[in-house]
Structure formats: structure tokens, C-alpha cells
Design a protein around this ligand. Structure first.
Ligand SMILES: C[S@@+](CC[C@H](N)C(=O)[O-])C[C@H]1O[C@@H](n2cnc3c(N)ncnc32)[C@H](O)[C@@H]1O
Length: 397
């Protein structure tokens, strides 16, 4: 168990099993030259905010623990004590009824009334959130605004009612000083929220996130096998968050003591890494376009010629086609890891299976092969094509 103690201008966390303790925030040290607030005043503000935890938790149906709130607020306090402390633009992705939003906004407000927290949420909830069902009989967005007003931070908050898959794209790049990610915790969403967060934050800004129990190499290995990374909350782990962090940063990010909060100072190298990833992904799209076109033309050619009889050309083309389908399936696996569409890989896989079926029947039972071609090959190609063209209009004719 972690014991939290606030005394003598410090916030200290003690592991009661090992007796090890760590001072996570020292409000008594000399902070930046511009802050007019005294250490005592900062300590008072911090303490009274943390003492509000039970009340805020009650009114926001909060599930974020006190330790995690201490982690978020301490990170924000440290940030503003040591650097710029006014005109801060922060973003929270996933606010729900506002538990973390209150503490985040109030920490910013402590340093300056000019500091703004943008809160992006659909306010439709996430099925993994225990309080999700409350939204069936209460308007979550109205509730969020009421609590923020009651708690005195409404003026410092700008809500953005939007799905982050769209909302993060329309925000200005290099705009935010701090971003906190706590929306949908499944792999594809959290991967995108982090990648986009890196683009939207300034170099030197602090990216923070929630629900990371450990580093990926500390997870029971079976949790990362196959599609398990897409599940959320299995065996007590948010595998989507842990795997997305690992895929993006490796181990190059920090965890805040024993809390579920992770953080990373964003560097120019992180931003360059995103540019490289995007280049790679546009190369995958280019290659996929070539593969899809090759498959389409070959199927058309085989269809036209197979109706008469078996030919050597068709036989060779068919073997090539199966190889092309294999490459397509691999490219789709890579692309579907980066976008929110798991079914595209499945469709590529079905197309490949249909082509293998066709190849086998072509060799052993030619009349039957024509039926396989007409039904499963052409059908699965059309099915794949429909899904692929819906992905992103920019890379298909
Ligand atoms: C775990 S809750 C956030 C909890 C909040 N940070 C707190 O401490 O109380 C997750 C929130 O993410 C929102 N959400 C889920 N998917 C989203 C998406 N794609 N875009 C924006 N918000 C989303 C849900 O509506 C929900 O409010």
C-alpha cells in the first residue's frame, strides 16, 4: 500500500510494505523566478485541493484514485514551478464527469487565471468505465459543466465535445504545454491519441496519461499474444495502454511512483519519430494500392480467360496472385495496427484464403474452380475493396 503524506511543504509517498519513501513534490524549494506565489501559499493551495478529493470524487462519480490524482497534480505543480507558469494551454483527452479535470484545472489556476484547460470528450462514456451506465439517465456533459462551475474552475475550462479520432486532427500543432490522455483505453485509440498528442504538444511539453500498470516487458507474456493487446482491463491490466506506449516509446517514458500515471517530456526526436512513422505508413498505403490493383487486374484476366479452358499463363498468374495476396495480408496487418479498423486485416486474410482455395480447385477440379472464382474470390475481393476504400479516400482511385 502507498501512504500519502503532506507535511512541511512536501508531498511524500511511502510504500508501507517496504518502508521506502519518495518525495514527489517539494513546494519549499526555490522555484522559478517569475512565480509570485510563496511556497507557503502553494502548499496551502495544494493541501486544500487534495483535501477536496472525497467531495469531488462523490460528485463526479470518480474512479481515479487519490494516488493518481496526487500524481497528476504533482506533475502539473512541478511543471509550473520550474518553467512557464502563465498562459499555459493544457489539454485533457477524456474528462467524463470531471474528476481529473477539476484537479488539473485547479492546479493550473493556482499559478495563473490565464491558464486554460481544454477538455475533449464525446461525453458518451466508455463501456470500461464503471460509471458508464449513469449516462443512461443523466446528461454527462451537463453534469460535468455543473460540477466544474460548483468547484470554481469553470472559467478555466474550454470543453470540446468531439471524438478524439477527429478532434485531435483539427487542433493546432505544437500548441499545448501539457496534454493528459485518458479516453478510450483500447490499443488503436490510445495509440492514436498518444501519436496525435505528440504532434499537438510543444517541444519540451509534458505528455501525461492514465492507466498504465507496468512496462510491457513486465506484463505476463500471454497478454500480448495475438489480439489480446486490443482487449482492455484483462487480468487487471490495461494492455492497450501498455502496448501502445511500448510501440511508441519503448521503455523511454516514466511511471509516477506506484500510480497508474505515466509521463514523457516530448523532444524534437519524438516529433521526428512521428514524421518517420507517417512516411512509413504512407509507403505502406502506396504499396497496398499497387498490390490491390495487381490483384484486381489478375482476377479480371483470369476470370475472362478461365471461362474457356485452363491455360499455362493462368496457372502461373494464379501462383503469383497467391503470393501477392500474402503480401497484401502482411501490409494490412501493419496498417490496421495504426488505424482503428481491425476488420481490414481479416478481409485481406479471407481474400487470400479464397485465392488458395481457387488455386487448389483449379489444379484438381476445374469446373468447381470456376464456381469458387465467381463466388468466393470475386466476392471476398469486393468485400475487401469496399472496406479498403472506406479507410481513407486519399490513397485509392
Ligand atoms: C476513463 S473516462 C475519463 C475519466 C476522467 N479522466 C476522470 O478522471 O474522471 C474515459 C472518457 O473518455 C471518453 N471517450 C472514450 N472514447 C473517446 C473518444 N474516442 N474521443 C473522446 N472521448 C472519448 C468517454 O466519454 C469517457 O468520458
Amino acid at each position: 500500500m502507498i501512504e500519502i503524506s503532506l507535511q512541511e511543504n512536501t508531498v511524500k509517498l511511502t510504500n508501507t510494505y517496504t518502508n521506502e519513501s519518495e518525495v514527489v513534490l517539494d513546494l519549499g524549494v526555490k522555484h522559478n523566478n517569475y512565480t509570485t506565489l510563496s511556497s507557503q501559499r502553494l502548499y496551502q493551495e495544494y493541501t486544500s485541493m487534495i483535501n477536496n478529493y472525497e467531495v469531488i470524487k462523490k460528485y463526479t462519480y470518480g474512479e481515479t484514485t487519490l494516488l493518481d490524482i496526487v500524481a497528476i497534480t504533482s506533475l502539473v505543480f512541478n511543471e509550473l514551478m520550474n518553467g512557464k507558469h502563465t498562459n499555459i494551454r493544457a489539454l485533457e483527452v477524456g474528462s467524463w464527469f470531471g474528476c481529473s479535470s477539476y484537479f488539473f484545472a485547479n492546479s493550473l489556476k493556482t499559478f495563473s487565471e490565464n491558464n486554460i484547460l481544454f477538455c475533449m470528450d464525446t461525453w458518451n462514456g466508455s463501456p470500461d468505465t464503471m460509471s458508464h451506465s449513469i449516462a443512461n439517465y443523466e446528461n454527462a456533459f451537463e453534469h460535468f459543466k455543473s460540477v466544474m462551475r460548483y468547484a470554481g474552475v469553470y472559467e478555466n475550462i474550454k470543453p470540446i465535445v468531439c471524438d478524439s479520432t477527429i478532434g485531435m486532427d483539427i487542433l493546432q500543432e505544437n500548441f499545448f504545454d501539457i496534454i493528459f490522455v485518458d479516453a478510450n483505453h483500447t490499443y488503436d485509440y490510445v495509440y492514436q491519441d498518444i501519436i496525435k498528442g505528440i504532434k499537438k504538444i510543444k517541444v519540451g511539453g509534458l505528455l501525461i496519461g492514465h492507466d498504465c500498470e507496468c512496462y510491457a516487458d513486465e506484463l505476463p507474456p500471454h497478454l500480448l499474444h495475438g489480439d489480446n493487446k486490443h482487449l482492455d482491463g484483462i487480468e487487471g491490466y490495461h494492455t492497450g495502454v501498455i502496448k501502445a506506449l511500448d510501440d511508441i516509446f519503448g521503455r523511454d517514458y516514466s511511471r509516477f511512483n506506484a500510480s497508474l500515471v505515466w509521463y514523457k517530456r516530448i523532444t524534437q526526436e519524438d516529433k521526428d519519430m512521428i514524421i518517420q512513422l507517417e512516411k512509413k505508413s504512407s509507403i505502406s498505403y502506396q504499396r497496398t494500392d499497387e498490390l490491390v490493383k495487381a490483384i484486381k487486374d489478375s482476377i479480371q484476366f483470369i476470370y475472362n480467360s478461365s471461362l474457356d479452358e485452363k491455360t499455362e499463363t493462368t496457372q502461373i498468374l494464379l501462383t503469383d496472385l497467391v503470393q501477392v495476396a500474402q503480401e497484401l495480408e502482411n501490409t494490412m496487418a501493419e496498417i490496421s495496427g495504426k488505424i482503428n479498423n481491425k476488420s481490414i486485416k481479416l478481409k485481406a486474410n479471407l481474400l487470400k484464403s479464397a485465392l488458395i482455395d481457387y488455386q487448389i480447385t483449379y489444379e484438381n477440379d476445374f469446373p468447381q474452380a470456376l464456381m469458387v472464382l465467381e463466388s468466393s474470390v470475386i466476392e471476398s475481393f469486393n468485400d475487401f475493396w469496399k472496406c479498403y476504400s472506406e479507410l481513407d479516400g486519399s490513397h485509392v482511385e
